[in-house]
Ligand binder design. Structure first.
Ligand SMILES: C[S@@+](CC[C@H](N)C(=O)[O-])C[C@H]1O[C@@H](n2cnc3c(N)ncnc32)[C@H](O)[C@@H]1O
Length: 299
């Protein structure tokens, strides 16, 4: 068997194996969503973990579609776990796959750090239109992207280590213009940090984007999140995270105050140790475009 490691970096996949919060949430959701005899499409199946869960919960046939060359490994793992006869492994991008029979359920976990970067909305919309039976189910059904201003000593330390010191006098040279560019560079398209438990919301999070996977077709959006500071402090930046609603009350969050997953939080750092007081107004403009780019601006 040709090893997928020859062509693909497998290291990233160890993160999914160890992310029990994520996998248990999908397991709970699939236990409720899969009906005996269902046909299931696992969109972006990797080495087949969600496909095996769907088979465990009674799916008669699972189409495991993966664009990377994992088919031999996924087939071997399915055989090791006694579900090989119910999982059909298909190597290819879902948008290029034709000829699947109608499926009762689509399950997918192709979410980037702030959910949209792998074009989950577009791929799910394509699979929904071409393969899902009327009344079929999608896991997740919905996904929300939130933003909030934060105070975080952890983020402040990162900013200080990169941008502290005297840039106005580096051996007599004024490099402040360079500092500004480096700062913008850190924030563009965004920085990712694991803040879990190490950030305080200065204002309640605001919903930047609410995606309904049964309806939406495009990930592109623009939003303006307006915050009223509730509890004053130092504005170290803004945090972005998502909550996937996997169905029937099962929720998977990458929020800074929720149990840690393999995702980090997206950070928009703020310059200048700015103090904010209760009642102050802050605005974060955010957008995502189809070149896979996030843009943020705050005031
Ligand atoms: C985050 S991994 C998750 C893998 C697996 N579902 C799991 O839970 O362990 C996402 C996988 O989806 C694949 N992928 C993303 N978009 C795809 C598409 N449109 N068609 C096929 N594979 C896709 C990627 O190559 C990657 O292996």
């Amino acid at each position: 068997m040709r090893s997928p490691g020859e062509t693909v970096m497998l290291g990233e996949y160890t993160r999914y194996v160890h992310d029990h919060i994520r996998t248990r949430a999908y397991s709970r959701a699939l236990a409720k969503a899969v009906a005996p005899g269902d046909r299931v499409l696992d969109l972006g199946s990797g080495f087949g973990l969600l496909s095996m869960l769907a088979a465990r919960y009674g799916a008669a046939e699972v189409f495991a579609v993966e664009q990377l060359p994992f088919a031999p490994l996924a087939a071997a793992l399915a055989a090791d776990n006694g579900v090989a006869e119910r999982i059909r492994i298909i190597h290819g991008n879902s948008a290029c796959i034709d000829g699947l029979p109608p499926v009762d359920l689509i399950v997918t976990e192709i979410f980037g750090q702030l959910a949209l970067e792998e074009f989950a909305v577009e791929y799910i919309a394509d699979a929904r239109a071409r393969f899902l039976v009327r009344g079929g189910r999608i896991v997740p059904a919905r996904l929300e992207i939130f933003f909030a201003p934060i105070e975080s000593p952890h983020l402040a330390a990162l900013i200080a280590s990169h941008f502290g010191g005297n840039w106005a006098d580096v051996e007599g040279f004024d490099l402040r213009r360079l500092r500004q560019l480096c700062f913008e560079n850190l924030a563009s398209p965004y920085a990712v940090m694991k803040l879990n438990g190490r950030a305080r919301f200065l204002a309640p999070p605001k919903l930047g984007r609410d995606i309904d996977f049964y309806q939406d077709n495009s990930s592109a959006f623009e939003a303006s999140c307006r915050f009223r500071v509730e509890s004053g402090g130092r504005l170290d930046g803004f945090v972005g995270y998502f909550v996937a609603h996997l169905g029937r009350g099962v929720r998977l969050s990458t929020g800074p105050n929720d149990p840690e997953t393999h995702w980090g939080q997206v950070i928009i750092p703020a310059a200048g140790n700015r103090r904010v007081r209760a009642g102050d107004r802050l605005t974060l403009e955010c957008s995502f475009d189809l070149r896979k780019s996030w843009h943020f601006r705050y005031s």
